[in-house]
Write a protein that binds this ligand. Sequence first.
Ligand code: ZN
Length: 678
Amino acid sequence: MKQTVYMMMTALLCFACSGEKNTTTFDYNVEKFADLGILRYQVTDWDSLSLNQKQLVYCLTEAALHGRDILFDQNNRYNLAIRRTLEAIYENYQGDKTTPDYEQFVVYLKRVWFSNGIHHHYGEEKFLPGFSEAFFADAVQSLEPSLIPVREGQSVDAFLTEITPVLFDADKYAKKVNQDSRLDVIVASANNYYGEDVTQKEVETFYNTLKKTNDPTPVPYGLNSRLVKKNGQLTEEVYKVGGLYSAAIAKIVYWLEEATQYAENDQQKTVINRLVEYYKTGDLKKYDEYSIEWVHDTHSLVDFINGFTETYGDALSIKASWESLVNFKDLRSEALSKILGENAQWFEDHSPVDPQFKKKEVKGITFKTITAAILGGDCYPATPIGINLPNSHWIRKEVGSKSVTITNITEAYDKAAAGSGFTDEFVCCAAEKELMKKYSSQTDNLHTDLHECLGHASGQLLPGVDRDGLKVYSSTIEESRADLFGLYYIGDPKMLELGLLDNPEAYKAQYYKYMMNGLLTQLSRIETGKDIEEAHMRNRALIARWVLDHGQEDRVVELKKENGKTYVVINDYVKLRALFGELLAEVQRIRSEGDFKSAQMLIETYAVKIDLELHKEIKERYDKLGIAPYKGFVNPVYEVVKDKEGNITNIKVSYTEGYTEQMLRYSKTYSGLPTYND
Ligand code: ZN
């Protein structure tokens, strides 16, 4: 399972990274086009890895990049033909490059790269070219014929006849995945997991027959194959060495085998070997064995995902798209999690909550965060920020799973947004702007850590109270509790004592950001006229509006309007902290007693409705900033450094490659699949 940034909340947008890090300016924003923003991420602490670990990562990144074409072909059978045609035009076109047609052509190519095909990566619908059919035909015909990826023996004219409607006809391959239950979802989906003449009924019958009803450990049938009809018979074309996508998989296997010599320990070596066996045989039993070994590998610093993993791309969730992510443990956040864990009891004992609702013995929750080193396949360029695998139900239950958050990706999102003019537009005063600049990232991370490690772990239910008694209000109350625990303690001198913050003013950055988000800026993500629905958003509105209301008499926090723009002004940070403590005590009481009525009252009063005028104003101001709704990343470049004798002495990472450069390089270096795989 993947956690995407759309499920994530800006207040919890980033994890580790301490204030003194990243002092050199790093440009997180690369470029923007259509509805997409291209960002860059930093491989934090790369040089803390040993040479051996770096070599391991290097081999795994090569394995991660060699699967790119597989995903293109899985998304639609014409994607490779289209990408290769567009790239040939891009690199060889001799015509006028200043025309609107040409400009639109470049945008379209960039979108195809981004989506790994002709369908929107998020909305699933086909996006149409902004250039004319005539331009396209002319451009193709102007090329050296050998540059055009025609089928064997096919003329350029016949090629154009075949491919033009795939680009320009809105009804042809209209949706990559079509979930409309009134339709045959297999026929209506434009992906390439099934032969074009295969129906939903046939797919369901085929796989229901394979699934033995009483097998307690079923393999994920159909995960790694295309189901096609041959001579009227349904048959699976398995993705494996010697099977479908063999050329790409063989390269992946080569680099995985290279990686084994740098494995950190035997368990990790076993993981890689199992994966290689699976790629060579296509046997899903071996895939399950690999998954189990992977769950058991918890001690290695370096870890990776490489394979046919997530099934979001198939309307029936049977077939998996290829993806890869190479990463290593974020040691700083692990250290932080340890400090908090060791002091968990102190925090519990000193919280402003009624003693009867406190845990006598509290254990901090450890959580893992990782640093991404490369994104590949369905993780590139749009990427999840958290991953929880494997997906097999019985393995999750019997063996367990690994759940991680990708620190440097969330950090890049946060830092990129900081450069968007957002702070200047929404933050009221010079002092707060300064604080945000200095401490926003650091305190965001810390607040998230406090929320995850301590907030959710704190407190207890009174005996006999029903865990699910708060019903629909349960998750909003739970998130509020964790957020408030974090807010209360981030302003505590204990933070300085434990070395988690180095300035007694730093917490104010978090207080300001939290209030601004809860009262104003999070509204930008809700459609005008709608209520607040999502639990994390409700939780933030609840906290921010409650303290605004309860601090009214002392003017602790105020909303001020200047030149038609509303701003949050915080007059008294000390009293604000006391109010967070007061609400924490109340929310914990509600949770401990299972007080449904009070939960309902709090939430319905503070967390649901939106003032329409204010909502419109926020959305307008946000729109003017021109922040792209969807984002993706370019990868860093790894370079092997050798001495005179040819020994590898280091692997260097650099961040200067642009989006177009990278895509073209990948299309040359990591593109071994035939254009047509049918
Ligand atoms: Zn939470």
